[in-house]
Write a protein that binds this ligand. Structure first.
Ligand code: SF4
Ligand code: SF4
Length: 228
């Protein structure tokens, strides 16, 4: 189970600023349970966007947005509505947004943040990974997570070691995440996204909420803070 939480609507509106038409994708997996991407939330989002003057060209709620083969077959049925849209708004966790971005030739926007609640979570077959950072930045990285695609978790562009599209840490086996982001933005004609002002990562958001912290580490920290 991956926990997601809808972003403030103002943030979503910022993402679609300058765009007129949006296609919405929801998820009946974990996102349905978290109330971030089931059909009722998708329809609610559709209404909110329309009230802001946007045209929603269509929507689709897919069983599991972490399965690329499934996404491809479902979205194929909506090809004309997707073609008509400027972008896709994806209402699910970071894995689902990345998986959707990997199979469509359109810009994707994340509608939710993926939250770390500690403990175990579900498994998925795809190559997409999410560190549950609580403040999803996939909007300006073309749907490729810099916290997992980049070995050093860099969120404001590549380090000086990237060479020939490979990561300096493991050049034989690993592409540079920021090279991948650059190439996808270029393909989408959205390189201007790289001019997004530098991000300040609030790492505190990667911690589970206090009431859910139950790891050994947290117990030790508690001891440290309570003994003085
Ligand atoms: S930016 Fe990456 S780690 Fe953060 S929520 Fe999005 S996919 Fe997950
Ligand atoms: S070479 Fe690329 S992927 Fe590797 S650490 Fe530097 S920016 Fe990150």
């Amino acid at each position: 189970m991956i926990i997601s939480q809808l972003k403030p609507f103002e943030e979503v509106l910022d993402y679609v600023d300058g765009e007129k038409k949006v296609f919405i994708v929801g998820c009946k997996g974990c996102a349905e349970v978290c109330h971030t991407g089931d059909e009722s939330q998708v329809l609610e989002m559709k209404g909110k966007l329309e009230r802001e003057g946007k045209t929603v060209t269509g929507y689709c709620v897919i069983d599991f947005l972490c399965d690329k083969a499934l996404i491809k077959t479902r979205l194929y049925l909506h090809e004309p509505e997707i073609d008509a849209a400027d972008s896709l708004l994806v209402m699910t966790c970071g894995i689902g947004v990345q998986a959707t971005a990997a199979v469509v030739n359109k810009l994707v926007h994340p509608a939710a943040n993926t939250i770390n609640v500690g403990g175990a979570r579900g498994e998925w077959r795809g190559s997409e990974r999410c560190r549950e950072c609580g403040d999803c930045v996939l909007d300006y990285t073309a749907g490729i997570c810099p916290l997992t695609a980049c070995t050093k978790w860099l969120i404001n562009g590549p380090c000086g070691g990237t060479k020939d599209g490979k990561c300096e840490v493991e050049p034989a086996v690993r592409d540079c995440g920021w090279h991948l982001i650059y190439e996808r933005l270029k393909k989408l004609g959205k390189l201007d996204k790289m001019k997004t002002p530098p991000q300040v990562k609030r790492y505190g958001k990667m911690q589970p909420p206090p009431e859910l912290r139950s790891t050994i580490m947290w117990a030790l920290e508690q001891k440290e803070t309570t003994k003085v």
